[in-house]
Every structure is written in structure tokens, then in C-alpha cells.
Design a protein around this ligand. Sequence first.
Ligand code: SF4
Length: 341
Amino acid sequence: MDSTFAERLEAWQRQFGRNTLPWQSTKDPYARWVSEIMLQQTQVETVRAYYLRFIERFPTVSDLAAAPKMEVMKLWEGLGYYRRAENLHRAAREVMVRFGGRMPKDAADLLTLPGIGDYTANAVAAFCGGRLLKAPVDGNVRRVLSRCFCEESFLALPPKPRRVDEIAAAAMSDASDAGVFTQAVFDLGALVCRPKTPKCDACPLLQTCRAKAWGVEARVPLTVRPAKGSRIYIVPVDLFEAETKLKETEGGLWSGLWAPSGMHQSGEAVEEPSGGFRRVGLPPLKHLLTHLEVTFVPFVREFDSREAFEKLPGEVFPLDALPPLSVPVRKIYDALAERIR
Ligand code: SF4
């Protein structure tokens, strides 16, 4: 292993990496944990505004623990992968009970909290001066390291996670600051060692990168991608004047958000719900997730008696004060509100 690998990366990070993101000005494990959770599957630029709003409203772990779940979900609305927000809230409450309200900074403690996996626990520890259990490895780190320390087997198969962990541990062993090193690999993967078109000429590792020397940089690491699937969801909306009924979703892709209680996955074709629902001219909505294309098909049923409406399952909400909704359900209600106006 090149003994100056970490030094070169850290020097590059300080000069060319990202150093002005709002969460980088603190070593508070609570704030870094919130930012790391938001950054999962989400672009840095999208996270920035959500992070600032979240930390302004919940500056400490006790503020988050004391908040009603509905408010936490509302601040997360539009960020996707809502189970993350539910777990943040649950974990904050656990911190109050199990850690006396002090957010832990050691990876071993962080790992005991809901929604915190290997990468997040070790990354938060690295950024906040806590004890790590291993070098943090996410998709960016895996790509940079498997290119730079490419082995012949990587040309035939995706690198094994255990092998990448070993390479990461060796690469990090001479880092002067675990946080700067972690940010350096992350930044290099995001800004220079990009998945399809790495910008090797701007890379501090160019002289020693094996994949570049072998001319295979854009091929490594090999990936085995799951095929893109599709699903259809039926969204049966009940209306009485300017009110609707919604229920909190438990489990699944939109856990913790609210939706019409009859929303369900359809078979391969659109199955019309029974009970007087109509299409009312609202077009189906397509929503893309990482490996899934979901089509939402709205149906509407309008009641002329409050009594029958109130008997439906769920809680009543005025259309201009809806609880946290998934992006597609929010769009359906926006379109409906437009029609009613
Ligand atoms: S030289 Fe190219 S492939 Fe190698 S680490 Fe740098 S950007 Fe990635």
C-alpha cells in the first residue's frame, strides 16, 4: 500500500473538496447524524435546504425527540425514503432514554440505534472524533478504492465487500484525520472518480491508480444491477366538499406518510375500485424510484352527506391543511384542489 495515499487524498480534499456544506461546520454528532441520514440516496444540493430547515426547527436531539411525529414527517416531505425520518424520530427518543439525552459519537453506540447502519455509524464517528469500528465504505468509497487498488479478479466479478473493507482499512490507516479522509474519498467519488466518466487528469491518485494504468477505469467496479420493475398503485380519494379522509401508512415505501386508506397495489392492469369511484379526468402519475417505476392511478368518490363520509376509515383533513404526503399523492391532491377552485 502506498504510504502517502491518505496524505495525498487529505491534501486534495482541503484544497479542492467540499468544505462549506452547512453540516461541515460542526462536530456535533446529532447534526452530523441528521445530515448523513438525509444524504442517503439523496443529492447534496437537495439535502442542503432540508437540513437547514430541520436543524433550525430541531437544534438538539431532545427537540427532535419531543416533537410530534407528524411535524417530523412534514419537514421530510419531498425528500423520499420516509422510513429514514421515522427512524430518526424513534432513535432520538431512544437517545433520551438510553444515553441520557447525549447523542453518542462512537460507532458501536450509534449502531444500536434504529436506522443507523455500518457506513453512517462509522462516518459520524469519523466526523465527530468518535471511535470507529471500521473504515466507512459506501458506493463512492467502494468505487474509488476498487479502481485505485484494482485486482485482476475485479475485472471479472464485482469486488467482494470484505475485500473492499480490507483495502479501506489499509488506505485509512495512515490518515491524519479520519473525518477529512472520509470526506476526501466521498468528494473524490462524487466530483472526480465518477461512475461512468472519471476525470483522471484532475485526480490526485492518477500516478498510482491501477485501473487507470490498466485502462479499465470506467469498467471497474463491475455491477450486477437488479432489473427495473414496475408497479401500479390505485389511489381512491374520498371527498366531502373541501375535505378528505386519510390514514397514516405503516410499513412499505411510504411508511409514516398519509394516504387514502384504500390506496393499494394493483395487478398488472389497472383494477377499478368498487363503491362509486370515478376517474374524473385526472391523468395517471409516474414516479421513478431507484429500481422501480410506480404509476399512481387516481379515482375520486364524492359524498353529499357528511354522515356517510365520516363513517369511512381514517381522519378528516381539509384540502388546504393536509398532513405529510408522498410526492405523488400530494400531486394528486394539488390537481384536485385546482379542479375544485
Ligand atoms: S485515476 Fe481515475 S480511475 Fe483512478 S482513482 Fe483517479 S479518477 Fe478514479
